[in-house]
Design a binder for this molecule. Structure first.
Ligand code: HEC
Ligand code: HEC
Length: 170
């Protein structure tokens, strides 16, 4: 018992030091979504952040080649949204992009994401905003359904592995 108290103090001391130092670290990073793909996404985000340096607040459509659904956002906002989409689905950039040409519409998930984006907006504007027995605003994001999975479960317990259901690929 006598030993327990000093030991506890040491443990508390170490853990508060660790949390203080990780807090200071967090302040220096731009956005830190925590998931296993974060490091890989950060690598590509950094490449793009360097390339748009000085143009962070310019409209994305004036700087990037293939902006449709995110017209009106700044380049920096588009990159943050990219990170949040990756986080919501638990994926990295290459799930939706050809890494040699980020403007390419060839990857299947690229245009699927545009449809999902429109669907989410429609849900929010036309359905959720009109729910009468709820306190507004009621809002859904990609993560509300995806919860870090590529495909949200829809029929019973969690789908296997990382959320991909066995199904024919089109
Ligand atoms: C869930 C799919 C998805 C993920 C994950 C994703 N993107 Fe995107 N990205 C898109 C879509 C869709 C667009 C087009 C947006 C539009 O139409 O306005 C886009 C557009 C872009 C553009 C503009 C390209 C151009 O020249 O027009 C860049 C740059 C970009 N993404 C970078 C990234 C980076 C970096 C990551 C990883 C951190 C990432 N994206 C993750 C779907 C995704
Ligand atoms: C209302 C629930 C819901 C919301 C909100 C939602 N999704 Fe989805 N998403 C789904 C479902 C369900 C599927 C699986 C469709 C299927 O059967 O292939 C899916 C599939 C996808 C796929 C294809 C994944 C694959 O492995 O084929 C992408 C990419 C995607 N969503 C991106 C997004 C993005 C980005 C957002 C936010 C802008 C979003 N979704 C918001 C329900 C949702």
């Amino acid at each position: 018992m006598k030993l327990l108290i000093p030991v506890l103090f040491v443990i508390i001391g170490i853990s508060s030091f660790v949390s203080i130092s990780s807090n200071t670290k967090k302040d220096n990073t731009v956005i830190a979504w925590k998931d296993t793909m974060m490091a890989d996404r950060e690598k590509y985000l950094k490449l793009y952040r360097d390339s748009i340096s000085g143009k962070e607040n310019e409209p994305a459509e004036a700087v990037f080649k293939n902006i449709k659904v995110l017209k009106g956002k700044s380049t920096e906002q588009v990159l943050s949204i990219m990170n949040s989409w990756g986080h919501a689905l638990g994926v990295t950039c290459k799930f939706c992009h050809d890494l040699n040409d980020f403007a390419s519409e060839k990857p299947r998930h690229f245009n699927q994401t545009r449809e999902m984006f429109d669907m989410t907006n429609q849900l929010n504007r036309e359905i959720l905003a009109n729910l009468k027995t709820f306190r507004q605003p009621v809002v859904m994001g990609c993560i509300s359904c995806h919860n870090e999975m590529k495909e949200p479960p829809h029929d019973g317990p969690k789908v296997q592995g990382n959320g991909a259901r066995p199904r024919p690929r089109n």
